[in-house]
Each structure stands twice: as C-alpha cells, then as structure tokens.
Design a protein around this ligand. Structure first.
Ligand SMILES: C[S@@+](CC[C@H](N)C(=O)[O-])C[C@H]1O[C@@H](n2cnc3c(N)ncnc32)[C@H](O)[C@@H]1O
Ligand code: SF4
Ligand code: SF4
Length: 424
C-alpha cells in the first residue's frame, strides 16, 4: 500500500484546508515533566496541547475514529499526541496504531513524543508504516534542559536536574537518528520559552539537521496556569518569526502549527465540532472493548452506600446498571463472591461471575486479582466515596480523579485517567 504523504495537513501547507487530522487520546501518562505542560482532563474550553476531554482505550478509539470518519470524511491522518506521552503508554499506543492500520490501510499515521522511550518501538512503527514522528526537543545542552524538565522517569528510576536532561536529550537524539535510518519522516518540535531556551533553539536546529530531521516546528510556548513556568510571558510573534528565520538556515520550517489539543479532530485551526465531542464522550462511556456487551458495573461495599471494602474481603458484589434514557444508575443484582483460596483461580472465577461488568469499583485490590480481571476485560478501579457518584462517572466516561484513593493520586501531577494504571 502506498500512502499519500502529501495529504498530511501538518506537513504540507497546501493540504491543510482540504484534509483533516484526528488525535486519538489514548496516552494519558507521561514519563517526564516539562515545566510548561499541564495535562488537564475533561476540559472542553481550553485550546492548547496536552488537554483532552476524555481518554479512550484503543478499541474505544477505533470506535470513535469510525464515527469521526462519518462526520469528517476528509480526515487523512490519525495521530497520537497525548495527553501524556505515547511511549509512556506503549501498549495502548501500539495497539491503537495496529487497529487503525488494520481497519484503515490508507490512513496516514503519526505520533508526537518527547522521545525518551521511543527507540524500542521504532522498527515496529516503521513496519506499521507510521509515516511521521514528531520529537519535542527543546534543548541539546543539558544545562538548558535542566531548566525545562522537572524530572524524567526511565526504567522505573527518577532522574532530576542535569542527569535527567542528559538522559532525555541522549535518547531523543539517538531515536531521531534511528527514525531516519528506517525512513520515517521526522519532525522536531522546539518550544520557544523566553529567557530559558530562546537563544538556544538555533543550536537545536543545527544538531537535529545534522542527524537528518526533515522539518522543524519552532512553537511559541503557551502560558499555562498551574505550571512552574506560569509567570513567563509568551514570546512575541516577532521573536518567533526571527527564530524561525534563523533556524531556516538549517531546516525547512513548519509555521502553521495550531498547538492542538490531544483530542483535536477535523481541519487544523478549527475547533472541534459539538457533534465530534459528543461522539468522543460516547466512545469513552462504552466498555473498553465496545463490541463486548457489558452493561453493568460491580461494586465492593460493606453497607451498600460507600465504596469501602477491599476486593479480597468482599463476600458479595453489588451490580449496578444505568438506564440509557434517563441516565439514572441503580442496583440491579447482588452476586456472591467466590470462596477465598485457590490463588488465581479465585479471580478467574470472579471474572466469570462479573463477565457482563465493564468495571469493578473497590476500596483496595492486589496486583494479582487486578491483572486477572483486567485481562478478562474488567477494569479494576480503586476508589472511595459514594457508590452512586462513582458508578455514574464511570458509566458516562467522566474523570474519576476525585474518587480515586489517595494512594492513587499521582506524584507526577497527571490527572488520573480512571484506568487505575498508575503514573508512567
Ligand atoms: C502535549 S504534547 C504530547 C506529546 C509528547 N508528550 C510531547 O511532549 O511531544 C504535544 C506537544 O505540545 C507541546 N506543549 C505542551 N505544553 C505546551 C505549552 N504550554 N506550550 C507550547 N507547547 C506545549 C509539547 O511540547 C509537544 O510538542
Ligand atoms: S512530554 Fe509532553 S505530555 Fe509530557 S510533560 Fe512534556 S509536553 Fe507534557
Ligand atoms: S499540533 Fe501542530 S503538528 Fe500536531 S496536529 Fe496540530 S497542527 Fe499538526
């Protein structure tokens, strides 16, 4: 299959009014913290990178794409750009790319990453004919990088300061080189942050052009509240134009980037239509695999009002359903738990008992039952609070951060996605 890479609206100015793009928000966690980025969840009104109104599972994302293609048949590119980092969520990212490639052989595929954990996936990205990869490289000097990145988490270890920046920059440059060896179009995003790296972006351009980058996108930093850089003013258009002119000595420039949301859909620069946002919300409210019939949510509770019981202590589970018309959630059943003992078999038996449930809300759960239940398509969410609120939020695909147990609120400051998967 030959892909028509000229149809990519971000890479070809002449395509951007004709062809659309869609970002599938399947990657909530991040493996680094940039001092300018806030990944808020469920925010409909902000138009900036890192924001999404919902997070989808790969199969929900495919469902959403199918709906979106009916609304905007001109979508030529499927991208994954967060709200966190695609390769801090590699399973979700790769499964989504595989599903899209399988169902839409002619679709252009694109990912945007900080590059920290990109390298191990490059060969498979090339096999899947992912034609465009963007790496955000804001510095090539670790001194400058250490001003931009609060922390980097790699192979379960936390890094800070120069050490963190060194590791990140090293991985970014290696991955960029490899992308070019396997023939993937490589774009580099450099965020212009006044007083931090505005004098340094030219060095980034020089270095990445040596390594074969195809195009540079010098983006003005977007002033964002609740970030370390919230008091830094955005660069003026004159400064941005000067930097673009200077760096064009080394690389062609992308100048029309709209700093899109992680769930952007349609023509670049146009806000998402209400119809599209409704489809996104609908996809998020479906079971993780929308083709499965899972109309219920199970809850572990001592008295039936609060989520206050550990999974292993429950002798019965309360089963809730939602009325599709009124949106009212109610108790429909109570099912006995399998008897304690028996190791994994106990949890496999529970998965069979809850086979029509999309999620199980508990006050605590071990790794082993969580794994077994997840594998059988039942999401285990460790929460506290009123059952009715929680069940309604999960059924309607809303953010459940406020209900997650304290231990699950993340040091990385990411809004929890409700996947219960923990931080990158
Ligand atoms: C939200 S990120 C997701 C992809 C990936 N994590 C990354 O950083 O490349 C997409 C792009 O938005 C940029 N971005 C995030 N917050 C920004 C801000 N406040 N101003 C400008 N660009 C921002 C990132 O640097 C990145 O280039
Ligand atoms: S890597 Fe991307 S998602 Fe992660 S903090 Fe930086 S800009 Fe945000
Ligand atoms: S953020 Fe920039 S590169 Fe990404 S889809 Fe929007 S316009 Fe294209």
């Amino acid at each position: 299959m030959t892909l028509n890479i000229k149809n990519h609206p971000c890479f070809n100015d002449s395509s951007r009014h004709t062809f659309g793009r869609i970002h599938l928000p399947v990657a909530p966690k991040c493996n680094i913290q940039c001092n300018y980025c806030s990944r808020k969840f469920d925010c409909m009104n902000e138009n900036r990178p890192g924001v999404t109104s919902k997070v989808l599972s790969p199969r929900q994302a495919l469902y959403y794409l199918q709906q979106a293609m009916e609304i905007s048949p001109n979508i030529a590119v499927v991208g994954i750009a967060g709200p966190g980092d695609p390769f801090a969520n590699p399973d979700e990212t790769m499964e989504t790319l595989r599903l899209v490639r399988e169902h839409y052989p002619e679709m252009l595929l694109c990912v945007a990453t900080n590059g920290l954990d990109l390298m191990p996936w490059i060969d498979e990205l090339a096999e899947l004919q992912v034609s465009h990869v963007t790496i955000t490289i804001n510095a090539i000097d670790p001194e400058v990088g250490s001003e931009i990145y609060a922390w980097v988490r790699h192979k379960k270890k936390m890094y800070r300061d120069i050490e963190a920046a060194k590791l990140l920059i090293g991985n970014q440059l290696e991955a960029l080189k490899r992308l070019k060896e396997v023939g993937v179009t490589a774009k580099v995003n450099s965020i212009i942050i006044p007083g931090i790296n505005d004098g340094h972006v030219i060095e980034v351009a020089r270095k990445v052009s040596e390594l074969g980058a195809d195009i540079l996108n010098c983006l003005p930093y977007y002033q964002t509240t609740e970030t370390l850089f919230e008091n830094i003013e955005e660069p003026s258009p004159v400064v941005v134009a000067e930097i673009q002119k200077a760096t064009s000595e080394f690389l062609p420039q992308m100048k029309h980037c709209a700093r899109c949301r992680a769930d952007a859909a349609g023509i670049i620069g146009e806000i998402n239509s209400e119809e599209m946002m409704l489809k996104l919300a609908e996809a998020a409210s479906l079971p993780k695999n929308p083709s499965e019939h899972r109309p219920y949510i199970a809850v572990s509770s001592i008295e039936g009002a609060l989520i206050n019981q550990h999974l292993g202590e429950a002798d019965r589970f309360l089963i809730y359903g939602m009325d599709g018309n009124s949106g009212i959630c109610s108790l429909v059943d109570s099912r006995p738990a399998p008897l304690p003992g028996g190791g994994e078999q106990r949890w496999e038996a529970l998965a069979r008992i809850l086979a029509d449930c999309r999620a199980l809300l508990v006050n605590g759960a071990g790794d082993s039952p969580t794994k077994v239940l997840n594998k059988q398509g039942i999401e285990v969410l460790v929460m506290e609070g009123m059952i009715e609120d929680a069940v309604h939020c999960v059924f309607t695909g809303q953010d459940v951060k406020h209900l997650m147990r304290g231990s699950q609120i993340h040091a990385c400051k990411t809004s929890c996605t409700g996947t219960g998967g923990g931080c990158g």
